[in-house]
Design a protein around this ligand. Structure first.
Ligand code: PMP
Ligand code: GLN
Length: 378
């Protein structure tokens, strides 16, 4: 039997969502909004379909959307990307990431990932014939440990994957940390895959430090984002890849054969919706209000709050509530308390268990209140 991914089972997100449905639990596990997107966005897509935009678009995506993405990056981060040669529309961030990895990782290459990391990275590297080198973020703070990252670099290191705002820890990289990374990579030809899907969810006045802001990083970076996250439409699976022309050319060689194109009407709808920056500029305040509501409620429970500086996740320490390991706790919490969560151990290669679980607050306030009412009984 074929067995290309012997270590891989069903993703934790699928498992926990199924368990939540089975037990009628409030699903704060898998990260997705339970509220509707802006009706104006639905109108733009519907209009595009009615206007006949229903056949294959150009391979890299429709030009108005690529141009809108380039303009947005320039406005926010001050770097110009050429819409024709440096921006590609992808089938969500997931396809952007695997395509970048397949395009640049050769058999035997090493790719450094920072644990805990999103669950698709390592299987993607394995499928490319590469070897994932897992370097832990600093335990407790989840900050990058540059000495450890530096020590993991070898002559075979092809790429490094970073993710800020971070899933699952909800930390964000500072400008100083991005500069430290830039200095570390400067003497190397290591490529950077920068997963920035939560770019518009940063709180307390902080700014998202895109790799696009740092010349030495941007020159080697595949920068990934997701309209699913930004516009509350995770099921649409439309994302973006921004990368220098030489990297984009390699990226598109793979893209044209693993997806070819991304659905046309959503691209037209997104292109016209992006003309107004207000919807994404509102996002930090929108999610910060949800984070604050959720944190205030959690403060009345026995769960211990970790910081949440960005993303739509809140991690909590369970050690004063239960003696169970993270995974068993999440199962128990879903079945017996009626709230689904994700164990952080699912984001580590060795199943490291620090008694911390992840909750998603991209939910209606009433959903968050219903979950809090249950969690207060712990
Ligand atoms: N990277 C991270 C860190 C994510 O959290 C997610 C979504 N859960 C993705 C990538 C995939 O995004 P998309 O749904 O656009 O494929
Ligand atoms: N990115 C989402 C999360 O971390 C889930 C995506 C998925 O189900 N694969 O919860």
């Amino acid at each position: 039997l074929p067995n290309k991914l012997p270590q891989v089972g069903t993703t934790i997100f699928t498992v926990m969502s199924a368990l939540a449905a089975e037990h009628d639990a409030v699903n704060l596990g898998q990260g997705f909004p339970d509220f509707a997107c802006d009706p104006a966005l639905l109108d733009t897509v519907t209009e595009a379909m009615r206007a006949g935009h229903n056949q294959y678009p150009p391979m890299p995506g429709i030009r108005p959307l690529r141009a809108a993405v380039a303009a947005k990056i320039e406005a926010l981060h001050g770097r110009q990307y050429d819409a024709d040669t440096e921006i590609t529309i992808t089938a969500g961030a997931t396809q952007a990431i695997i395509t970048a990895i397949l395009a640049c990782v050769h058999p035997g290459d090493e790719v450094i990932v920072l644990d805990p990391c999103y669950d698709s990275y390592v299987p993607n590297i394995v499928l490319a014939g590469g070897r994932a080198v897992r370097v832990p973020l600093t335990p407790g703070s989840f900050r990058p440990d540059f000495a450890r990252i530096g020590a993991a670099i070898t002559a075979r290191t092809r790429a490094l994957i970073i993710n800020s705002p971070h899933n699952p820890s909800a930390t964000i990289w500072s400008a100083a940390e991005m500069r430290q990374l830039q200095a570390l990579l400067a003497p190397t030809d290591i490529l950077l895959i920068s997963d920035e899907v939560y770019e518009h969810m940063v709180f307390d006045g902080a700014e998202h430090q895109s790799a696009a802001r740092f010349a030495g990083l941007a020159a080697r970076a595949f920068i990934v984002s997701s309209f699913g996250k930004t516009f509350h439409v995770t099921g649409w699976k439309v994302g973006t890849m921004a990368a220098p022309a030489a990297l984009t050319a390699e990226f598109r060689k793979v893209h044209q054969f693993n997806v070819f194109t991304v659905n046309t009407p959503m691209q037209h709808g997104l292109a016209s919706y992006l003309k107004d920056p207000a919807p994404y500029l509102r996002l930090p305040a929108f999610y910060q209000a949800k984070r604050d509501l959720f944190r205030q409620g959690l403060a009345d429970t026995r769960l211990k709050l970790l910081p949440s500086a960005g993303s739509y996740f809140q991690c909590v320490d369970i050690s004063s509530v239960s003696a169970l390991n993270e995974s068993d706790f999440c199962q128990w919490l879903t079945r017996e308390v009626g709230v689904a969560a994700i164990p952080l151990s699912a984001f580590y290669g060795d199943g490291f268990d620090q008694r911390v679980v992840r909750l998603c607050f991209a939910k209606k306030d009433e959903t968050l209140r219903a979950a809090l009412e249950r969690l207060r009984k712990l």
